[in-house]
Structures are given as structure tokens and as C-alpha cells.
Design a protein around this ligand. Structure first.
Ligand code: GN1
Ligand code: MG
Length: 369
């Protein structure tokens, strides 16, 4: 649907063509995303930034423009096609990379990468191995990017101790009266309090280094070429910030190696798919093993558990707070997601030795000692 709001925002970028169609893309849980086609046969992604989540679009877009320019330079140096392997953002008439509408909405525009698709579930093993390569390459492309110039777009995004604090506050406030409906889930989190600070302790001890990371490496944040089925481009760059390699590895496993969808309510269908875990480790380490230190590699499987646990805590917190953060389609949506993530955590715990052995196997394969 071509609404006035969308037309006004699109026209602020003065692309010259007229909109002939608008289709909403609902895969992401945060921003509102539209595929816009014009009578000049051009395709764009127009996005309304969720300013409840991203409070400072100026800083957000400064990060993204800096990072995408850097990536384009690196891709050109390597002889690649930056129009397919990277997102290309366009300035609006004011010269800024986003447009503020009269209702304070913030919009940005980038060129649509054609003949590419995303998957919510891995199409097959090769596709998931390739996602591992794509996110591994992405981290390498950002190696050497001046981390100190990046703004923290969401404060404490993967700082799990703060997520735990927020969760406790939500439990105590119980503003929606939902606490009684999720006693078991609350207990599941409290029982694992020690897990919430293990990684951050290792950062403080200097064991795990901060890198420039993507921090939202859901499988559907990789574009796959429709012809070659290769993972070509990493998208959703809102949370690029200093972080751990384990966050990027872990969130991909959380989202892609779950036997069920993130909001599957039949928990018998939820668990870690060990074969998918293995191919992702293969793809990711084939690109990154040389640059990661031993502690990073040795903690990959644990990192996957922590990212899953943290995401479950966030879904549960949002449920307790009345669904103010994640897009939901029904009142049970966030509690179903939280239960799903905790089932996956428990299953990873039960299989941790096997997961660690798989990582060790590929460490041996790719790391020259
Ligand atoms: C959100 O935007 P999207 O859908 O890729 C969230 C992630 C969660 C994910 C869970 C900025 O990602 O952190 O892991 O939902 N992004 C933000 O599906 O909070
Ligand atoms: Mg996102």
C-alpha cells in the first residue's frame, strides 16, 4: 500500500521516479521495512527506523554510513561487487542519510539487492555453512575499523548482566500482572544467574577481546544470491558496535540451528540441530580461525548458549512489561518465544560436550598452531 507517509518519506530522497508499488517485509522484529518499486524500474528498501529502540538516528546513521563506506572500499580492493555484497545508503535532499517526517518518524533508503533472498530457516547444510562464512567474512572486513568512532546505538546491548537486572526489575514491578503466568520461566533464569556474567568477566580479565561486531546475526540477516545460492551480503547494520566474536557466532546458532522456528510453541520440535551447528562452525572458522584467539574459539559453544539465554531473558522481560519492544502478533507471542529459547538453552547444556568437541575438530582443521 502506498500511504502518504511512505510517499512523503520516499520523495524526500528525490530519486526521480514515481512509486508504482510498495510491499512490506515483515521478517525483522524492530524496524518497519518496505520494498519500493518505481516507474523507472528501480527498487529500493525504505525503512522507518524504530526510534523507541534506536533513540538517536543521527548517531545510528553515522555508524552505518561509516561502516558501509569502509566495507565498500575493502570489497573494491578485493575486486568484488560492492553493489551486491554491501548495502548502499542514499542521502536525502538535506544531505543527511535519514529523513525526519512531520511526526518525528525517521526514514532511510538504500538500494535493493535484486535476485537475492533471505531464509528464516536454513535451506540446507550448504546454505548454513555459507551463512557462517558470510558472517565470518563480515567480521574480517571490519577488522581494523576504528571502534572508538562507533556510537553505542543501544546501551548495554549484549551486556547480559544488565539484561538480567532489567529482567529482575520487570519481575518485581509486574505491571501487567503476568508474573503468575510464567513462574517456571522466571525460575529458569534465576537458576542461571552465574551464566549472565561469565563472558563479561572474561572481557574484564582481558581474556576475550572486543572487536567490531554485527551483534544481530540472525540467519535472515544474510542475503543469498538466488542463482548461486551463496551468502553474498550481510544486512541489518543497526547494532554494529564493539562486541565479542562469540556474540556473532552465538546469535547465528541461536536463530539458525534451532530445530524449530523462534516462535514454535510445540517444544518437542525445539532443540539444537547438531549437524547444522557443525556446518556453521566449519563456515565461520574457515574465515576467522586465524584471527580469533584460543579463548574465543574454545568458548564458541558456550557463547551460543549465552546468546540464546540472553534472548530468552529479553523475550520474557518484554512479556512482563507488556510487549513494548519486539513486534508481536498475539499476547502470548513473547512468552512462547521465551519458552522456546529456554528449551534450546537446556538442550545445548545437555549436548555441551559434543558441541565443544565439534568446535575442537574445526579449530584443529583451520588454526595453524
Ligand atoms: C531483533 O531486528 P531483528 O528482527 O533482526 C533484535 C535482536 C533479537 C531478535 C530476535 C535491535 O532482531 O537483538 O535477537 O530480534 N534486534 C534488536 O528475533 O533488538
Ligand atoms: Mg535488527
Amino acid at each position: 500500500m502506498i500511504t502518504n507517509e511512505i510517499k512523503t518519506a520516499f520523495d524526500a530522497f528525490e530519486r526521480g521516479g514515481n512509486i508504482i508499488s510498495v510491499n512490506q517485509i515483515t521478517a525483522g522484529l524492530i524496524n518497519a521495512t518496505y520494498l519500493v518499486e518505481t516507474d523507472k524500474n528501480e527498487k529500493y528498501i525504505l525503512q522507518k527506523i524504530n526510534t523507541f529502540v534506536f533513540k538517536n538516528p543521527d548517531e545510528l546513521m553515522e555508524n552505518i554510513v561509516g561502516v558501509t563506506k569502509h566495507i565498500t572500499k575493502r570489497i573494491k580492493e578485493a575486486g568484488g561487487d560492492y553493489k551486491r555484497e554491501n548495502l548502499n545508503f542514499l542521502p536525502c535532499n538535506s544531505g543527511e542519510y535519514y529523513f525526519r517526517d512531520e511526526n518525528d518518524g525517521a526514514w532511510r533508503l538504500y538500494i535493493y539487492v535484486d535476485d537475492a533472498q533471505t531464509y528464516n530457516k536454513p535451506k540446507d547444510f550448504n546454505a548454513f555453512r555459507d551463512a557462517g562464512r558470510a558472517f565470518g567474512r563480515f567480521m574480517k572486513l571490519l577488522d581494523g575499523y576504528p571502534a572508538e568512532t562507533l556510537h553505542e546505538t543501544i546501551k548495554n546491548f549484549h551486556y547480559t548482566p544488565a539484561r538480567y537486572e532489567n529482567f529482575l526489575k520487570a519481575v518485581n514491578a509486574d505491571i501487567k500482572g503476568r508474573k503468575a503466568l510464567c513462574e517456571d520461566e522466571i525460575q529458569f533464569v534465576i537458576d542461571r544467574e552465574a551464566d549472565t556474567h561469565k563472558l563479561t568477566d572474561l572481557i574484564k580479565e582481558g581474556v576475550l577481546p572486543l572487536r567490531v561486531t554485527h551483534n544481530d546475526t540472525k540467519l535472515n540477516n544474510v542475503l543469498f544470491d538466488m542463482k548461486t545460492d551463496k551468502g553474498i551480503c550481510v544486512i541489518d547494520l543497526d547494532t554494529i558496535m564493539p562486541g565479542l566474536s562469540l556474540y556473532d557466532f552465538g546469535d547465528s546458532i541461536r536463530s539458525g540451528a534451532n530445530k524449530g522456528a523462534e516462535d514454535e510453541s510445540d517444544l518437542s520440535k525445539v532443540g539444537i540441530d547438531i549437524s547444522l551447528f557443525e556446518v556453521y562452525v566449519d563456515g565461520f572458522l574457515s574465515e576467522t580461525a586465524e584471527s580469533l584467539n584460543d579463548a574465543e574459539i574454545d568458548n564458541l559453544a558456550y557463547g551460543a548458549k549465552i546468546m540464546t539465554f540472553e534472548c530468552g531473558i529479553r523475550f520474557l522481560t518484554d512479556y512482563l512489561e507488556g510487549d513494548v519492544y519486539f513486534r508481536t502478533t498475539h499476547p502470548e507471542h513473547n512468552i512462547i518465544r521465551a519458552r522456546n529459547q529456554f528449551k534450546l538453552v537446556a538442550d545445548m547444556e545437555a549436548n555441551m560436550n559434543e558441541l565443544n568437541a565439534i568446535v575442537a575438530k574445526y579449530k584443529e582443521k583451520y588454526k595453524n598452531n
